[in-house]
Structure formats: structure tokens, C-alpha cells
Design a protein around this ligand. Structure first.
Ligand SMILES: Nc1ncnc2c1ncn2[C@@H]1O[C@H](COP(=O)(O)OP(=O)(O)OP(=O)(O)O)[C@@H](O)[C@H]1O
Ligand SMILES: [Mg+2]
Length: 589
């Protein structure tokens, strides 16, 4: 099933979409519910016949039949309660499974800038807490609505049949209920939205603190982080109590209405029995029906609450689903198998969505297939930005990128990304074994020999031998049990194993010593002769063999050429080179 959120459905319309595939289950559930409810409203009438027959001093057989009928209604309820549970709760689990699946698939298609402006904890909260609220509504919520409706549509009529006058008198206080519902509906909705937003804050804060725990401990700011977290927690409690306040006023108010009805019934009904205008059996049956009505009365409050909460949550899920996916602007025209690995960039400029200064200005260069491009330059000069544009993580404001002669803007995102193996500046590893991390992009991850050969090429061979479980060593969340340099090399091995035509290394050997870095790069050159390589590094010595070197500064190409040409030019590159050489020699001596 595909869930459509791009035609801007309301939360209510979307709920119908979610339930549509399970219509049959809902119908079976409804049928079971009606059978249970019919069996449940019978006993007071049976009781009435039993009491009336006692009053008239009739035979024992009527009493026996009544007893048997009571037993039968109990048995029917037992059996069919089992079924409605299966059908309603089953439907709710299946539909939120569909919703969660759709949201997750959609999230993975969203562009990079969505994730730079949205906190992970917030997304997590939508995927868990909000979905939980929706599940509650789709399961128990629907069940209660149908159940309560049944009682409202049947019990008053049976009561009318027993005594129209008494029923009308006792029902009068119930007119208050719709008035009360209208009064609280909106406040519950708004307060629920606040509560869910606070829960998101809380999850985000917990998520950021836990993933940044080393920084927090390093700066010894545990105490202040604990108090910030506690403040968030207090705000959540405050909003939750605000919501509970309305609920705790609403429920007793409903109970009061029911109790008032009971008193009215007792007074007028009692007098009518004494006067002989109704039988004792009818009076007792009416009392039982009043009691039975008290459940749907309470259910109204409950349903309004669950409904408003779930619609607030549904709106939050829909916000995610309405985000336009990254592929929306693509017009697929070129097939990936026809794309080569030569890169030509002309007059490229780009400004980040939230930035005021351009990140890149008038970048042009040309790289043949199989060549290596080195990019260096001061921090924040736009090196990573250039790589992000090549991989179409962002769209340029002006200029053109050609890959294999084809305009990158015309290459479908999926085909374009399949050209690249990327080692990002910030290493991210999954909490799996080293082998599974290296063979991340492979269908078959059960090839230890293949993983080992890529580990060797990434210079990780020696380290693997020191790990107790070698390739099978499990990594903690984000690979906490590896050193920075080891993580970078696992990440490099993962890129090599992907075997893509263009290899992009963003400063990925910064945490490795110069000597090891040289070895890794030499082995790379040997093994990836046919791949086009783009290597970003602050260590210029690592780039000296590149076919082309770009020295970026402030988003612009300050100098460009081969290592030799740039040295001869005796400009900024040459000066930076001399400084790095001098520093290295000083460190050696
Ligand atoms: N997502 C973003 N939104 C707005 N500005 C950004 C974003 N990412 C980077 N920038 C800015 O763009 C400029 C270039 O950043 P970039 O990451 O490309 O630098 P870099 O050359 O890779 O630096 P480093 O050597 O530290 O990795 C910086 O001024 C940075 O603050
Ligand atoms: Mg960078």
C-alpha cells in the first residue's frame, strides 16, 4: 500500500487512508462488537421478567429459563470479546506498521538540508511517541467509539419501551453533555500538541547528550547538562499536568451528570413503583440501564481525549510525510550505465540555504576519468561544500557540473549517487561488526575474505590482528571502541569495498600519522587506477602526486595546477607547502 501525503490530506482523511486496507477486519470487528453488546444489554430485561414473575408468584420454570438466558449472554460475550480484540487491535498494529514504514522510507529520501534543520530526537519522537498515540486511537479508540455509539443508540430506546415518562425525566440532565464536550475539545487538542512537542524536546536533548557524551565529560559540564535536561523534563511535566487538569475536571463532571440521572430516577421511579404505575422489575431494569449508560458517558470524555491527542500526533507525522523528497526536482533523462567518471565543473557558485555569504564562488576545473584531484586550503574554505555539490547533496545556484559528459542536473539522483564512494569528514560507523561495516553496500555481507582484503588496502590489517575478534569485532554505537584513526580506516575500507567509479575522500586520514597516511595513499593509487579520485587533505604532502591540485580559499579557487606548477608559481600554495615541510622537519628533529 502507498500512503499519499502530497495531496495535503487532513489528519482525519489520512486516518481513513491508513485504515482503508483493513476494512474487512474492521467489519468483522464491528460484527463481533455488536454481538457482544446485544448480549450485554439483554440481562436487565431478563432480570425484569424474573423479578416480575417472582412478584406474581409464577412457576419455577420461568426463573430457570431466565437463569439459563443470563448464562448464555455471558458465554456469548466471552467468545466474541476475544474476536473483537483480535480484529480491532490487529488492525491498529497493522496500520501503524504501514505508517511507520512509510515515514521511515520517506525520511531516507529527504534532502540533506532537512536533517541539518531537524533534530534527530524530534524525528525519533515522531516515529515512536506520536505513532503510539495514533495506534491507541486506531485500536482502542475506534472500539470505544463504536461501543459507546451502540449503547447510545439502543439503551435509551429500551428504556423508553420500559417507561417513556421516566426515561424522559431521567435523561434531561444528559443534555449538558454535548455542551461540556464543545467546551473542552479545543483545549485538549492544543495542550496535547504542546505535550508532544515537549516530549520531542526531551528526546532530542537526551539523544544529543548521549551521542555527545564524550564531549560533555571532556568539558566536565555534566552538572549543567543535567540541570538543562531536568528543566526540559519539568516543562514536560508542567504541560502534561495542564492536560491532566482538564481531563480531571471533565471526567468527574460527566460522572456527576450520570449520578444526577440516577438520583432523579430513584426519586421519580421509586414513587411510580409505590403508586403502581410501573412494576418493580421495570424499575430495577431501568436502574441497570442507567448504570450501563454511565460507561459510554465516561467514554465520551475518554474518546475526545484520545482523538484530539492522536490527531495532534497525526499532524506531526504528516509534517514529515509532506516534506518534499530530494528527487522531486529531478527529471530523469540519462541512464547510469552510460555515465563515465570524468568530471567537469564550470563556473559553479553556491550559497547554503541559511547562509548570507556564498560557500563557493565561480569554481571551474576539469578532471579526466582515472585522474586524481587534490583539494586543500584553510579551514572553512569550502572543500567539503564542493564535494557535497558534486554528489548533489545540494543544488548549485549557478554553473554546471558534468559527469561523464552528462549534465549532473539531468542525471537521476539514484544513478548519480551510485557513481560515488564517499568517505565523509565525520566518520559514522554502524553498531555492527567491522566486517558488516566494511561490506555495508554489499548484498552478501558474509564474505570475510573480501572484507579483509579491503581492510588491508585501507591500512587496517595490522590493527585487525590486535583486536580480540578481528573482523568480527563488534562496534559500539558509532564505533566507540575504535580509535579515531581506526574508525577512519574502516570508513575508507567501506568506500573501497563499494567499488564505485569515483572515490571521494574528505580529509579521511587526518587522524592517522603521516607515515601510515602515505602508505594508505600509495596502496590506493595502485588499487584504484581506473577510479577517479578526489582527495581533500590539510596535509599537502598527501596530495603531491595528484594530477591536479586546487587550493581553495574563502570559497574561491586561489590557485590550481600540478604540485610542480604550483611550487614554481611560488604563491600561497608554495608558501603553505614550505611551512608544512619546515614543521615536519622540526618535529622529526
Ligand atoms: N550546512 C551548512 N549551512 C550553512 N553554512 C555551512 C554549512 N556547512 C558549511 N557551511 C559553511 O560553509 C563554509 C565552508 O564549509 P566547508 O565545510 O565546505 O569547509 P571546509 O573547507 O571543508 O573546512 P574544513 O577544512 O574545516 O573541513 C564554512 O564557512 C561553513 O561555515
Ligand atoms: Mg571539510
Amino acid at each position: 500500500m502507498t500512503l499519499q501525503a502530497d495531496n495535503h490530506p487532513t489528519p482525519q482523511q489520512f486516518t481513513v487512508q491508513l485504515l482503508a486496507p483493513y476494512k474487512k477486519h474492521l467489519l468483522y470487528g464491528m460484527a463481533s462488537l455488536i454481538i457482544v453488546d446485544v448480549a450485554d444489554i439483554m440481562p436487565p430485561v431478563i432480570l425484569k421478567y424474573a423479578i416480575d414473575s417472582i412478584e406474581r408468584g409464577q412457576d419455577f420454570a420461568t426463573l430457570a429459563w431466565c437463569g439459563l438466558a443470563l448464562l448464555l449472554t455471558a458465554a456469548i460475550q466471552g467468545v466474541f470479546r476475544f474476536f473483537w480484540r483480535q480484529f480491532f487491535l490487529g488492525t491498529s498494529h497493522h496500520s501503524v506498521y504501514d505508517l511507520r514504514k512509510a515515514m521511515f522510507a520517506h525520511l531516507l529520501k529527504l534532502p540533506f538540508h532537512y536533517f541539518s534543520r531537524t533534530r534527530t530526537g524530534d524525528i525519533m519522537s515522531r516515529l515512536t511517541n506520536d505513532i503510539q498515540e495514533i495506534r491507541f486511537m486506531l485500536g482502542i479508540g475506534i472500539l470505544v467509539v463504536l461501543d459507546a455509539s451502540f449503547y447510545f443508540l439502543t439503551v435509551p430506546f429500551i428504556m423508553m419501551w420500559l417507561s417513556p415518562r421516566l426515561t424522559l425525566i431521567t435523561m434531561t440532565p444528559f443534555i449538558l453533555i454535548p455542551v461540556m464536550v464543545v467546551m473542552v475539545k479545543n483545549s485538549i487538542h492544543n495542550r496535547s500538541k504542546d505535550v508532544q512537542a515537549r516530549l520531542s524536546d526531551l528526546s532530542s536533548r537526551a539523544e544529543e547528550n548521549l551521542s555527545g557524551v564524550r564531549v560533555i565529560k571532556g568539558f566536565r559540564i555534566e552538572e549543567s547538562e543535567i540541570s538543562r535536561f531536568n528543566r526540559c523534563g519539568l516543562e514536560f511535566v508542567r504541560d502534561k499536568i495542564k492536560l491532566a487538569n482538564i481531563e480531571s475536571l471533565f471526567h468527574p463532571a460527566l460522572d456527576l451528570v450520570v449520578a444526577f440521572g440516577m438520583v432523579v430516577l430513584l426519586y421519580f421511579g421509586g414513587n411510580m413503583v409505590i403508586a403502581g404505575s410501573i412494576t418493580l422489575g421495570s424499575f430495577i431494569a431501568l436502574e441497570s440501564y442507567m448504570l450501563k449508560l454511565s460507561w459510554p458517558m465516561m467514554a465520551i470524555g475518554w474518546i475526545i481525549n484520545i482523538y484530539q491527542r492522536s490527531m495532534a500526533s497525526m499532524e506531526r507525522c504528516l509534517q514529515v510525510l509532506r516534506e518534499p523528497p530530494a528527487t522531486a526536482s529531478d527529471q530523469p533523462q540519462t541512464e547510469s550505465n552510460s555515465i563515465g567518471a570524468a568530471i567537469e565543473v564550470s563556473d559553479l557558485s553556491f550559497t547554503y540555504p541559511e547562509a548570507t555569504q556564498p560557500g563557493l564562488k565561480n569554481i571551474s576545473f576539469k578532471l579526466e576519468e582515472g585522474q586524481t584531484l587534490g583539494i586543500t586550503g584553510p579551514v572553512g574554505s569550502g572543500k567539503s561544500t564542493l564535494l557535497r555539490l558534486l554528489m548533489k547533496m545540494f543544488h548549485p545556484d549557478s554553473g554546471q557540473i558534468k559527469i561523464g559528459g552528462a549534465d549532473a542536473a539531468q542525471i537521476p539522483l539514484k544513478n548519480l549517487r551510485e557513481l560515488f564512494a564517499y568517505v565523509p569528514q565525520e566518520t559514522f560507523l554502524f553498531s555492527e561488526s567491522i566486517r558488516e561495516n566494511i561490506l555495508f553496500s554489499q548484498e552478501n555481507k558474509d564474505q570475510p575474505e573480501v572484507a579483509r582484503s579491503f581492510a588491508d588496502r585501507a591500512g587496517l590489517g595490522g590493527d585487525l590482528r590486535d583486536f580480540p575478534d578481528g573482523l568480527e569485532t563488534m562496534l559500539g554505537e558509532r564505533g566507540v571502541n575504535l580509535s579515531g584513526g581506526q574508525k577512519q580506516r574502516v570508513s575508507l575500507a567501506r568506500a573501497l569495498a563499494a567499488g564505485r567509479p569515483i572515490l571521494i575522500l574528505d580529509d579521511c586520514t587526518s587522524a592517522v600519522d603521516t607515515e601510515t597516511e602515505q602508505k594508505i595513499l600509495a596502496s590506493l593509487r595502485q588499487n584504484t587506477r581506473r577510479s577517479t579520485c578526489i582527495i581533500v587533505s590539510h596535509r599537502m604532502v598527501s596530495l603531491q602526486n595528484a594530477d591536479l591540485i586546487i587550493y581553495l580559499d574563502n570559497g574561491e579557487i586561489a590557485e590550481m595546477g600540478t604540485h610542480q606548477q604550483l611550487l614554481e608559481k611560488n604563491g600561497r600554495y608554495a608558501r603553505a607547502w614550505q611551512r608544512q615541510r619546515l614543521k615536519a622537519e622540526l618535529e622529526k628533529s
